[in-house]
Design a protein around this ligand. Sequence first.
Ligand SMILES: [Ca+2]
Ligand SMILES: [Ca+2]
Ligand SMILES: [Ca+2]
Ligand SMILES: [Ca+2]
Length: 542
Amino acid sequence: MTNSNINMRTIKTLTFSAVTTLLLASCGGTADILSTPVEQIDNTPLKVSDLTEIEKHNWGHLDLAKDTIPGMSVDKAYAEIIKNKKGSTVIVAVIDSGIDIDHEDLDGVLWTNKGEKPNNGKDDDNNGYIDDVHGWNFLGDGYNEQLEFVRILASGDTNNPDYAKAKAEYDESYTKYTGYKTNYEQTLQQVTAANEGLAKHLNKKDFTKADVNAIKTEDKTLQQYVSIAKYVYSLDMDTMSDFEKELKNGLESITDRLNYNLNKTFNGRVNGDDANDMSTKFYGNGNVKPIKKTESHGTHVAGIIAAERNNGKGANGVANNVKIMSVRAVPNGDEYDKDVALAIRYAVDNGASIINGSFGKSFSPHSEWVRDAIAYAAKNDVVFVHAAGNDSKDVDVAANFPDDNINGKEISDTYIRVGALAPKYGSGLLAGFSNYGKNNVDVFAPGAKIYSTTPENEYDTKGGTSMAAPGVAGVAALIRSQYPKLKASQVKQIIMESGLAVPSKVVVGGDTNNVKPFKDVVKSGKIVNAYNALIMAAQLSK
Ligand SMILES: [Ca+2]
Ligand SMILES: [Ca+2]
Ligand SMILES: [Ca+2]
Ligand SMILES: [Ca+2]
């Protein structure tokens, strides 16, 4: 699965039993939901105000000291270190759902395979892949897929050591998503009614929080609408319509989950390849674009790394001298180990020096194929950045694939696993959805509410460890552009050691009862900092 949290966030933050109780029980009862633990733990909360509109579009690039926002000091790095120096060009492979290569803010930063003539049906550069001009698409026309534990069940192989675990996971997920579906449908209905009712009462569609707060009424229905709206604003939503949109997206995702991801008889593999046979390597096609506009994940990730900077359009990527290679291997559902392993090898063999992997899953039947590919990347001086996942879990306990170790013994010194930060420094620094792990998460970086490119020249805000990993891939690219002599393992070392140490305790996994010192949930104990990284890179490359 891609590790964007755009749909799942609704589920996590809403704790739907609470919401539906609130909504169904009409007014009142918001005290529990509105109370926040922040004041109880923070000694010195630096930033208590909300992000401004400008900050919302680039908070990941801001500076903790200057802006009191836990960004990566990218702006400061450009202003004080990089200035107009572009450095060497770095190829960054994005193994994801495909990229809109015609996007106005990405079309200038694409990798092009110079040895390959487009659309002639020939493998001009003899790398085995026909017409791979901007990358490769291992999925072919594939889009929806089962989850890996559903595949294990569907195989009917009860001797599979993972079978019982897969069955338990399936039963739990199926019940959960069936429940979500009902809750989302009911909540959407009520939020829509409240939105329409308030718009009618206020006689405007774009009413604000202040408009709602000013309403004084004895009308029971209207009181209920006001209560619903206040709840929605408490979720950090700007408007009721935004929330309605989020619920609709969430409902679509839940329906897909039930119809495809959790459907034991669904077969999404339409590329003609046997995912359990590693002897065939050349399948799929050269179309690296998303199949549907809604398949926006890879485009968003690519923009975080490399969206054209300061061109007066959309977003700014972290790095300024990158060529993005699109390797489409991540469907809406669980990616196949074989596709991932071959995608990594394709990236390495075709010149990438950094790979971003914003995907992951909890079962991996051929994890050794992927681990071998990760070791191959390390051996060939390639950095592999992996998103830690959005299950609010400790990945030292609950496995998340692809990983870089067998029983704690690492097979790569260039693999960096990244957790996601929220925009506010203090106890709420960790995004509630983010996985964590003292041994298996290396660093944290901005991941919640990140603004970037989406297909067809559009832009959107998405959250997830999926958004944190490409920020770090961007920092790695900056380091390799400016200091090309550094090895991939040194780039990892720099990113790990040069970040800002967080001395305070944080809420972990979004659970306010689970508060731990930051250093106990991440290997480096640090949040990534581009400015410091470049200073350390300069020292190390001497
Ligand atoms: Ca080729
Ligand atoms: Ca060709
Ligand atoms: Ca731009
Ligand atoms: Ca590791």
